[in-house]
Design a binder for this molecule. Structure first.
Ligand SMILES: [Zn+2]
Length: 169
């Protein structure tokens, strides 16, 4: 498809790859990142502009800088299992809204989410998680009728708390 100039609509648009430097972060965390992006130039009016791909490439550069999976990589993991975003949400425990935001590049996943995604890249880990979810789903709430006394005792049972040592009288 012929590219048309965004300004004058002429079809004399050429594209070239350009290494773009941009600032990311603020304060002490501020860094200069670079991304090779396609730049469009109009032979008629001289207008130069970047498109949506440039946005994605800048976003990927930020992800790489932070050591996080890129939106494309997250999508590749999910699609390697032929899972919809909804099914992937079920398996992973992530919210489907989060998965959508990550894959669209509207948000970069946090460190712990990124770690889990990295682990889920291995099929054996996905299987492990699926097995655990299955067991949880079939766990009966109460296996047998629990007596009043047993219930009373279970309420009194507490996880080990810091032990308070009473002073001798
Ligand atoms: Zn033009």
């Amino acid at each position: 498809m012929m590219q048309r100039c965004e300004m004058c609509e002429a079809s004399a648009v050429t594209v070239r790859q350009h290494e773009e430097k941009f600032v990311y972060g603020s304060g002490e965390d501020q860094v200069l990142l670079s991304a090779v992006v396609p730049v469009y130039e109009c032979g008629e009016c001289g207008e130069m502009y970047t498109g949506h791909e440039a946005e994605e490439l800048r976003h990927e550069a930020v992800c790489r800088h932070l050591g996080r999976l890129t939106p494309r990589e997250i999508r590749t993991i999910r699609e390697s299992y032929r899972l919809t975003q909804e099914k992937f949400a079920d398996v992973s425990g992530f919210g489907v809204a989060s998965i959508k935001r990550w894959e669209l590049g509207n948000q970069i996943q946090g460190e712990s989410a990124n770690n889990l995604l990295l682990l889920l890249r291995m099929p054996s880990n996905l299987l492990l998680v699926q097995e655990a979810n299955k067991k949880q789903a079939f766990q009966p709430r109460f296996r047998t009728k629990i007596s009043e006394i047993a219930l009373q005792q279970s309420i009194e049972f507490k996880l080990r708390l810091p032990v308070v040592v009473e002073k001798a009288a």
